[in-house]
Design a protein around this ligand. Structure first.
Ligand SMILES: Nc1ncnc2c1ncn2[C@@H]1O[C@H](COP(=O)(O)OP(=O)(O)O)[C@@H](O)[C@H]1O
Ligand SMILES: [Mg+2]
Length: 298
């Protein structure tokens, strides 16, 4: 079963097409990453899929409900963004209770609050005021308020923006745990390492999907060969590599020169410059390649 399906869903502001006709399929129960730079159209897509913003064209079904019934969609989805908007003068459990009471029958509220405290490991903080929480825990509470009414699909718009690496990692563990009970998570990010953690991803730029699939499929589908070259003098190695005809890209990562070539014909020339090994494509490589291709077409 699919949690989200869209057919040519689009949005324009005036003459500007902010999201071009978009056809997406998100299977239920996975973490789906929606990856793109600032201004790509990620938030606009989420707002359409959550019944908040009317599409300019096309159609979609989210959690079994057509987008033409936005109020019914809103009841079945949860939404949290980077602002981690919670009531700072309410405690953790009061925040959850407040949100649960908006959607659930009174008899179901307490159980929903307790379940959410447990799912997001918020029990030790239940009586803390939201303003006392660190950024990572406040974001966790914000996600809690987005799931307390038991939505089938959760939209997270750049949930880890501004968090430190440890808080980011912890939050990802919490995001994964949500799929244990069948929740589908649609998460936007511009961090490539986070995209690697998603079961499926779509790459979007300037309102257009460049590619979608599993991270492995996208990496495997990328043409070319990638190398890492160890060199004592990185700058002169970089120059030497760039002067070889047939090198598509070369840049320094740590104490290595990373190189992309169309095929392995340059391998011997590269190996003459220092210890050389082949490296797999990263999602960043994939994204850069698709962006370059799109610019070539533009
Ligand atoms: N209400 C609006 N009116 C006009 N343009 C908008 C509006 N909202 C977003 N945009 C434009 O749409 C584009 C995509 O924005 P957005 O969906 O927020 O991108 P992202 O979330 O990927 O950074 C941007 O160029 C933005 O300026
Ligand atoms: Mg955004």
């Amino acid at each position: 079963m699919n949690a989200i399906e869209t057919h040519d869903l689009s949005r324009r502001y005036g003459q500007v097409e902010v999201v071009a006709p978009l056809s997406l399929t998100v299977p239920a129960g996975i973490v789906f990453g929606y990856l793109g730079p600032n201004g790509a159209g990620k938030t606009t897509t989420i707002r359409m899929l959550s019944g908040v913003l009317q599409p300019s064209g096309g159609s979609g079904v989210v959690a079994g409900v057509p987008l033409s019934e936005p109020d019914a969609v809103k009841a079945r989805i949860g939404y949290a963004n980077q602002a981690a908007s919670v009531y700072v003068d309410l405690s953790v459990e009061e925040n959850l209770r407040f949100k649960a009471a908006l959607y659930l029958a009174p008899a179901k509220v307490e159980q929903a609050v307790e379940g959410t405290l447990e799912r997001l490991a918020l029990l030790p903080f239940r009586q803390h005021l939201a303003r006392q929480l660190s950024g990572g825990w406040r974001q966790r509470l914000s996600i809690g308020t987005a799931i307390v009414h038991g939505p089938q699909v959760l939209f997270l718009d750049e949930p880890t923006a501004g968090l430190d690496p440890v808080a980011r990692r912890d939050l990802w563990d919490a995001i994964y745990a949500l799929t244990d009970t069948g929740t589908t998570v649609f998460v936007t990010t511009h961090y490539m390492d986070e995209a690697e953690r998603c079961q499926r991803i779509a790459l979007i730029a300037s309102g257009r999907i460049l590619a979608q699939g599993t991270p492995e499929d996208l990496r495997a589908g990328l043409p070319g060969v990638r190398y890492a070259l160890n060199a004592l003098n990185l700058n002169s190695a970089l120059k030497a590599v760039r002067s070889l005809p047939g090198v598509q890209g070369a840049w320094i990562v740590g104490d290595e020169v990373r190189i992309t070539t169309a095929d392995d014909r340059l391998e011997a020339s590269l190996a003459a410059l220092g210890p050389l090994r082949r490296v797999p494509a990263s999602l960043e490589d994939v994204f850069v390649a698709y962006l370059a291709r799109q610019e070539d077409c533009a």
